[in-house]
Design a protein around this ligand. Structure first.
Ligand code: MSP
Length: 529
């Protein structure tokens, strides 16, 4: 049986259509899912939408829609964007689904039976945007939320049900000590640890005066807190369509989740509340939580409530899915913040994909049509000496790229692959096959062209999880009819393609066509100083 890998994005709030921040996480998760599928894993890639709570209720009200109609519309918007970005998810979890309700009730009951839920008085400052109580000391001047800096928090004083988070402080600390890689990168782990060490407080898991959510099973006058319900969306997503919605069914094959990918603003929910809830319900914890940074525009977090978002629909429509995917994976080190600039976007894509990779393939193919009859030169890759500069670099790439993906170091994978493409260009310039052909050195020309084409193939293979369409186009130009569409052909599996010398001698090549058209800056950006 093939190994399993399950991973999640956060379930996105449906207060508005997706912005580039949500696209960023989802692209990264899709890249990883595609990588693992290519490695021969069975993958369960979960994304979805978080549809309850005050924020959504208010947004629907403002739009004059019922909450459900509003949610349906926005959830469809997320699905449409994922399709345009070639996101190949396995499950789209919506927290308003009746099956999810059943899972939430069963889970609540377990925590209740364990004595971890009690009635208490909740007082504090609440940020509706975060759907979270804030400590007074965290607030900015004018009682503004530190994350949604243009929103003031609201005072709450109500009778709510609480979850005994404090009880799990020692168990959480033990768990962190025993699982040093549970939260990555290490700076985030340290942040969580110091927060736990300051002392954990119980938190309220219900609300009054809120209609949009699941009623508390033991007290229908109260509504379950949106985060309690949302985190369980990861569990509901594991049900097979034909399964009865029970915890046992949801957990039987894919639990525990291997990886939760999240942004830094929702770290505590995932790294503290969620593990404690699972402990209370007697369930194993996820294997790893990877925390990425924020995309900023002009140094400020991009976000729906700040109104400085970059429209991902427009970006994809203008530049194409692979361009957007590549830019974010290459330019922003996963785990750190990154700034978006359209000028940089265009420059990077032109330099890397149009020039270094696209042009290399194109010029080499043209030579192969001139010098080797439109075929892969009749050379066995294995006959190229191991010390050959391109072979050495290519084999190094084959050995290291997998680790890059497994560590979510996407920018490194891109850099390594590009290094090989650049070396291919330099090699061609130095070897000048056009001169050697004139000098009658046909065997040398054949070897040069083979090595470059094989290098381009490897770059395409290694980058396939990031730029699937381009990789498919490159393979097409090299004479293959292989699809990199998420459901993987057997000859792509494992490391079969990640080896030197796979390109078959004398394989007929396609007519050279540019695989990536040079981009130009939109006039408004190009004109600004
Ligand atoms: N609904 C909750 C998650 C529940 S998971 C069970 C939520 N949703 S959200 O839509 O507000 O945010 C989802 C993710 O988008 C978070 O991981 C957040 O960090 C990320 N981003 C929101 N703005 C972002 C940027 N500007 N840049 C990168 N990611 C950002 O929180």
């Amino acid at each position: 049986m093939s190994p399993h890998f399950s991973l999640t994005t956060p379930l996105y709030y449906v207060n508005a259509l997706p912005h580039i921040g949500s696209a960023y996480t989802t692209i990264a998760a899709d890249v990883l899912a595609r990588f693992y599928r290519l490695q021969g894993y069975q993958v369960r890639f979960i994304t979805g939408t978080d549809e309850h709570g005050q924020k959504i209720e208010r947004t629907a009200q403002q739009r004059g829609l019922s909450p459900q109609a509003h949610c349906d519309e926005i959830a469809a918007g997320f699905q449409a964007l994922w399709q345009q970005l070639h996101i190949h998810y396995d499950r789209f979890s919506r927290t308003t689904s009746p099956r999810h309700h059943a899972i939430v009730n069963e889970f609540f009951q377990r925590v209740w039976d364990n004595g971890d839920i009690y009635l208490g008085q909740q007082q504090g400052w609440y940020c509706v945007e975060c759907e979270e109580f804030k400590e007074e000391r965290e607030l900015l001047e004018g009682r503004r939320c530190p994350i949604h800096v243009n929103r003031t928090v609201e005072w709450r004083d109500e009778r709510n049900y609480f979850f005994r988070l404090s009880k799990y402080q020692p168990a959480l600390l033990d768990y962190y000590a025993e699982h040093p890689d549970f939260v990555q990168p290490p700076s985030r782990r340290n942040e969580v640890l110091s927060f736990i060490e300051q002392g954990l407080q119980d938190f309220s898991i219900s609300r009054v005066n809120l209609a949009w959510g699941f009623p508390v099973p033991t007290d229908p006058d109260q509504t379950l807190y949106v985060w309690f319900d949302a985190l369980l969306g990861y569990v509901t997503a594991l049900l097979e369509p034909e399964d009865e919605p029970t915890l046992a069914n949801a957990l039987k094959t894919w639990w525990p989740i291997n990886l939760h990918i999240i942004g830094k603003d929702i770290l505590r929910f995932h790294a503290i509340s969620w593990p404690a809830m699972l402990m209370s319900a007697g369930l194993p914890l996820p294997e790893q939580i990877f925390v990425h940074g924020f995309l900023t525009k002009d140094g400020q977090k991009m976000g729906k409530s700040l109104g400085n978002t970059l429209d991902p629909f427009a970006l994809v429509a203008q530049y194409g899915a692979d361009a957007v995917r590549y830019y974010f994976m290459k330019e922003v080190e996963f785990g750190r913040d990154g700034d978006f600039s359209e000028t940089r976007f265009v420059n990077i894509l032109n330099a890397d994909l149009a020039n270094d990779l696209g042009n290399l393939l194109n010029r080499t193919l043209k030579m192969a049509w001139k010098y080797t009859d439109g075929k892969v030169p009749n050379v066995q890759g294995s006959a190229i000496p191991r010390e050959h500069s391109l072979r050495q670099l290519a084999e190094h790439l084959c050995q290291t790229y997998g680790q890059g993906y497994r560590q979510l170091a996407f920018h490194e994978v891109c850099q390594q692959a590009l290094t090989l493409a650049r070396a291919g260009n330099k090699f061609l310039d130095e070897e000048a096959p056009w001169k050697r052909y004139k000098a009658g050195e046909t065997q040398a020309v054949a070897e040069i062209l083979y090595c470059v084409l094989e290098s381009v193939r490897l770059v395409a293979y290694v980058l396939a999880p990031i730029i699937p369409q381009l990789s498919e186009a490159i393979y097409g130009q090299l004479g293959y009819s292989i699809k990199f569409n998420g459901s993987v052909a057997p000859d792509l599996l494992g490391d079969r393609q990640a080896q030197w010398g796979v390109l078959p001698a004398s394989q007929p090549l396609a007519n050279p066509e540019p695989i990536f058209q040079k981009l130009s800056l939109p006039a408004t950006v190009a004109d600004s100083p």
